[in-house]
Design a protein around this ligand. Structure first.
Ligand code: ZN
Length: 483
């Protein structure tokens, strides 16, 4: 039994100074406790305690990889990226993440080297730009080496050739970084991208024993058969959530399925599955009594996904629409009463606007957070790391300010959330979308996962929010991070 004292604990009702936890649960909240026999008393010196955060859409190992290897996240001119590549060339390989599609081609990369593989992973994680060495190695002919969406798939095995040891280090790095952001629960998509389903699962299981993280796994449709043949045992810290699939593409690649037309390509985007394939997948998911989580970016994709979910309804649990970046307001009405959670990434506002609007002949509605809230729909906010940095305070900042990183301007302020609303959707509302009702709020009976800040983050001027740093992260009443 642990007493956490001399704190400002933000419970679901009021602020109190003390809390007792036992066996990983909160058992009492108040201001003075006597006649207890505590195993430990932890003085929090007046600091502020909140429920820990969840991140309900990310790629754990992919995020670890982005911490482990080179990234050009902050470079937004072609020449800067080429200079960076020249400075970092070595004799083996040059793999770089978070490249922002600045028009570099295979001839630019060949000038840097034709003798080692050079791969630039685009920041949307759906495309690659490569040199001719890579094209030869994977046996494809291509004029520019800019491989968008499906055409990038042959490069994946080369890009993903990593040893078990490297993957383990990446997973550890990722979890430690998430702890430093106050995150103790994740819904992650990893199982289909590395050497094997079994190895990836083994890595995650062994790392979370050392560095605890409540890990909910998406089962990518490519590994569904393997999962069905060998359903591993779940634990408090490892659960299988739902089948992950894609309905459409992205704005960057102009493959999001939209009602509006993309200016450049004159297209409306594309569907990843044929109609037959899509129905086969939904039938298979339902016949195995599973839920589904669908990557859905475009507003037309959204409507089609909702009508398929109506046609093949779930038996229990919760389905997810991941991203829901563009939604027609009248479509939200269709979702009422369905057990479907929307999983949105507020930092996309800062990264994509106003650039995404400019891709269309007529302006679609993008990232309508407030309308989703007003329709009382289930919503979680998340990062899609490594696409965005998984610090929830950055997401909260974007949801509140709707400010673009590039234009330094705010967009569609009628869709803004308050700080508290955004915070709730990274905590208790996010937990509900995973079907967990005793997490994400400080109250008696709940799981003892919390985060400690020096200042009151819920009453910090929004401009200062991004600078606040976590002092302590506690999971199952155990301190896993200390600043
Ligand atoms: Zn993702």
């Amino acid at each position: 039994m642990i007493l956490w004292k001399n704190a400002q604990i933000h419970t679901n009702q009021k602020v109190v100074s003390s809390m007792i936890t036992d066996k990983g649960k909160i058992i009492a909240l108040g201001d003075t406790f006597k006649d207890f026999n505590f195993d430990a008393e932890i003085n929090l010196y007046g600091m502020h305690v909140y429920p820990a955060f969840l991140d309900t859409h990310l790629h754990l190992i992919g995020y670890g990889r982005s911490l482990y290897q080179l990234s050009v996240r902050d470079l937004n001119e072609k020449q800067q990226v080429l200079n960076f590549l020249k400075d970092n060339i070595n004799d083996e390989k040059l793999f770089v993440e978070n490249y922002q599609a600045l028009g570099i081609t295979k001839s630019d990369l060949d000038l840097i080297s034709k003798d080692i593989p050079i791969i630039l992973r685009h920041s949307d994680y759906h495309s690659f730009t490569v040199n001719s060495y890579v094209l030869d190695k994977v046996g494809i002919k291509h004029d520019t080496g800019i491989l968008i969406e499906q055409s990038s798939i042959p490069v994946l095995p080369l890009w993903s050739e990593l040893s078990k040891d490297e993957l383990t280090k990446m997973t550890e790095l990722a979890i430690k970084k998430l702890h430093s952001f106050g995150i103790t629960s994740i819904l992650t998509d990893d199982l289909a991208y590395f050497n094997s389903y079994e190895e990836t699962l083994e890595i995650i299981q062994s790392v979370i024993r050392k560095f605890p993280m409540r890990t909910h796994l998406l089962i990518h449709e490519d590994v569904l058969d393997t999962y069905l043949k060998n359903k591993p045992k779940e634990s408090d810290f490892l659960k299988f959530n739902s089948v992950k699939t894609f309905y459409d593409g992205t704005f960057t690649s102009e493959t999001a399925l939209m009602y509006e037309t993309f200016k450049n390509s004159k297209s409306n985007g594309e569907r990843i599955h044929s109609k037959e394939d899509w129905e086969r997948l939904l039938k298979k998911v339902r016949s195995n009594k599973l839920n589904i989580s669908i990557h859905t970016i475009g507003n037309r994709a959204f409507d089609e996904v909702v009508s398929s979910l109506k046609q093949y309804p779930l038996l229990s649990g919760i389905d997810r629409i991941i991203h829901a970046s563009s939604v027609k307001l009248e479509s939200l009405d269709n979702l009422k009463g369905m057990n479907v959670a929307l999983d949105l990434q507020p930092q996309f506002i800062s990264s994509d606007l106003p650039w995404a609007y400019n891709k269309f002949e007529s302006k679609p509605i993008l990232y309508p957070f407030k309308s989703i809230l007003n329709n009382n729909l289930q919503m979680a906010l998340s990062s899609d790391a490594p696409v965005e940095i998984p610090n929830p305070l950055l997401g909260i900042y974007s949801a509140v300010t709707r400010k673009s990183n590039y234009a330094n301007e705010s967009y569609d302020m009628n869709e803004t959330l308050t700080l508290k609303e955004a915070f709730d959707h990274y905590t208790k509302d996010a937990a509900k979308t995973l079907g967990i009702d005793n997490l994400g709020e400080i109250k008696v009976g709940n799981i003892a996962d919390f985060v400690v800040y020096k200042h009151d983050i819920l009453n910090t001027p929004i401009q200062l929010l991004k600078e606040q740093q976590v002092e302590l992260t506690i999971i199952n009443e155990r301190i896993v991070y200390r600043k």
